[in-house]
Design a protein around this ligand. Structure first.
Ligand code: 3PY
Ligand code: MG
Length: 268
């Protein structure tokens, strides 16, 4: 008899264990077509951003279906620490949950519980599309494949970092550099000296605790720098920014001009 689980494995776990970089697409455009294209762009993961993306839950379902047709692992950033909502996105087939604005060990533990079936957690039974993506023994083994990823992007999270990193079930952390710049530098402009020090400190602490760290980046050049700095997962910009920057460059090339990028029009 073969007791091996048949659930679809999460290759991100293997990459993390082997210290291989994970490149993660960030999806804010509510389109399954666009999500599918991004999933085929050589990335290892694709995150449907339900916090700041222009995306509703039904769009997210269609985008997760589209990502399933690509080599990328489907992740979701949820809008907030709402267990009922997290269970819905997991039932839609997400293989990892990134939760913004986590500030305490208690919130982190609540996040882990929402993503794990009993007896470890409180995830309610109703695997729905999880079964279609993960396979027939999804419920028995989902806890071993789904990644739980709190975001570190508040002053309190930095203060409570040791306790957050010690919560059983945290698979990795994800840094929100823009929210950290807001609270440590007072703005999201180019001078980010204080938040950069905080980012280096968080990365060092995470490494010491054996927890891999991911980070949002403005573009590929920043993502390469963050990989060199020691980040395990990097997000080289979001889809809207990449699309509009590409078009701006094409227009400039057509007109023989230099592409100027206004932050208001370039995504974030
Ligand atoms: C941040 O930089 O704060 C983010 O949440 C990135 O999406
Ligand atoms: Mg943020």
């Amino acid at each position: 008899m073969n007791d091996q689980p048949n659930i679809r494995r999460n290759p991100l776990r293997e990459r993390l264990a082997e210290g291989q970089t994970i490149v993660n697409a960030w999806l804010s455009i509510p389109s399954s077509y666009s999500a599918e294209g991004m999933g085929h762009a050589g990335v290892h993961a694709a995150t449907v951003d339900l916090q700041h993306g222009m995306i509703g839950p039904t769009d997210a379902l269609h985008m997760l279906q589209a990502i399933s047709a690509t080599p990328a692992v489907p992740l979701v950033r949820v809008p907030s620490l709402d267990p009922a909502f997290m269970m819905r996105v997991l039932d839609s087939g997400a293989y990892g949950v990134i939760c913004p604005m986590i500030s305490t060990a208690e919130e982190t533990a609540e996040l882990v519980r929402a993503c794990r079936y009993p007896p470890t957690g409180i995830r309610s039974f109703g695997p729905a599309r999880g079964l279609l993506y993960g396979g027939a023994d999804y419920v028995a083994h989902a806890d071993s494949e789904i990644l739980v990823i709190p975001m570190i992007e508040t002053v309190a999270a930095v203060e409570n970092l040791d306790a957050i990193l010690a919560v059983e079930g945290v698979d990795m952390i994800y840094i929100g550099p823009n929210d950290l710049a807001f609270v440590f530098d007072g703005c999201v402009g180019p001078d980010r000296r204080k938040s950069e020090e905080v980012i280096a400190h968080v990365l060092e602490k995470a490494k010491a605790a054996g927890i891999p760290a991911g980070i949002f980046c403005a573009d590929g050049a920043e993502a390469a720098r963050r990989v060199a700095q020691g980040f395990a997962l990097v997000t080289p910009g979001n889809d809207f920014g990449i699309l509009t920057r590409g078009m701006r460059a094409a227009v400039a090339e057509t007109l023989g001009a230099t592409a100027a990028c206004s932050p208001a029009q370039g995504g974030y």
